[in-house]
Write a protein that binds this ligand. Structure first.
Ligand code: CP
Ligand code: NVA
Length: 305
């Protein structure tokens, strides 16, 4: 594995499998009450410039369960918020910490941090990507469906950081990705272009969610208004009319479809409460799996350093 996990491009096919196998082992050990202290004495710094429930708690609890410690560092409170450079911050943190997780706006900032850090850097979400989430989603699909190979995964909604992360995953792994996005809200064009030529099984971009969802094994959505886009809210709610994941859309998918959402959900906007709480939803198991998959990522990146 490479030093950092900034995007799915950092992972070879075999790395995905190692992460999923490690997560399964750690999950099993935790459920059996066995303690694993593979990161004893190590500390993860967690820099947050945006809100979080799942990411913060799962990384912090994950470090605790692996015998280490996690530090919550609000971007507002460290000197980076007053203009200390990313490069200097990365160099300094590398002298104290064994790994850093960053959630911020600019993807380039995380890349720059990783360039100057000598310790592993994990992307905890940027405006462009959310790699820990898509790895968790794939792990959840393996648990629920026995694997992802050959499945049809439909992403209906905004071409945001989650959509981009799915597109990169489809460029690395053999599943079909059918995207349904309103015009003007497609995934990142460079990521999409590269993935269209590299994807083993193909990526299709639809405008009609009903077509995209046909025979889908997995139906995925995310908020229409990501963090930092609050000013676009009214316009987006209008433009996404017809893209809501409701029971009617679920009924048009494959008969054994599972419904996924990275959360937080806006019940009644991109997805209905009926679907989130309904029999096809695996959304809460998916959220739990953030803990197991991120423990695997931290163990694999930080254990030997
Ligand atoms: N899915 C996810 O990253 O949730 P949080 O924003 O609560 O961390
Ligand atoms: N697309 C969402 C994901 C939240 C986990 C956002 O960036 O706000």
């Amino acid at each position: 594995m490479k030093k950092d996990l900034i995007s799915g491009y950092d992972l070879e096919r075999g790395d995905f499998d190692v992460i999923f196998e490690t997560a399964a082992r750690l999950k099993k050990s935790l459920k059996a009450g066995e303690s694993i202290a593979s990161l004893k004495g190590k500390t993860l710094g967690m820099i947050f410039d945006k809100s979080s429930t799942r990411t913060r708690i799962s990384f912090e609890v994950g470090m605790y369960q692996l015998g280490g410690n996690a530090l919550f560092l609000s971007g507002r409170d460290i000197q980076i918020g007053r203009g200390e450079t990313i490069a200097d911050t990365a160099r300094i943190m590398s002298r104290y910490l064994d790994g850093v997780m960053i959630r911020t706006y600019s993807h380039e900032s995380v890349e720059e941090f990783a360039k100057y850090a000598t310790i592993p850097v994990i992307n905890g979400l940027t405006d462009l990507l959310h790699p820990c989430q898509v790895l968790t989603d794939l792990f959840t699909i393996i648990e629920k469906k026995g694997g992802y190979e050959g499945l049809k995964i439909c992403y209906a909604g905004d071409g945001n950081n989650m959509a981009n992360s799915w597109v990169i995953a489809a460029s690395r792994l053999p599943f079909h990705l059918d995207l349904a996005c309103p015009e003007g809200y497609d995934p990142d064009p460079d990521i999409l272009k590269r993935a269209m030529s590299e994807a083993p099984l193909g990526i299709t971009l639809h405008r009609d969610p009903e077509l995209a969802v046909r025979d889908a094994d997995v139906l995925y959505t995310d908020t229409w208004v990501s963090m930092g886009q609050e000013d676009e809210r009214d316009e987006k709610i209008q433009r996404f009319e017809g893209f809501q994941v409701d029971q009617r859309l679920v009924d048009k998918a494959g008969k054994d479809v599972i419904v996924m959402h990275c959360l937080p959900a806006h019940r009644g906007e991109e997805i209905t409460a009926e679907v989130i709480d309904g029999p096809r939803s695996v959304i809460f198991d998916e959220a739990e799996n953030r803990l197991h998959v991120q423990k695997a990522i931290m163990e694999l990146l930080m254990k030997e350093r």
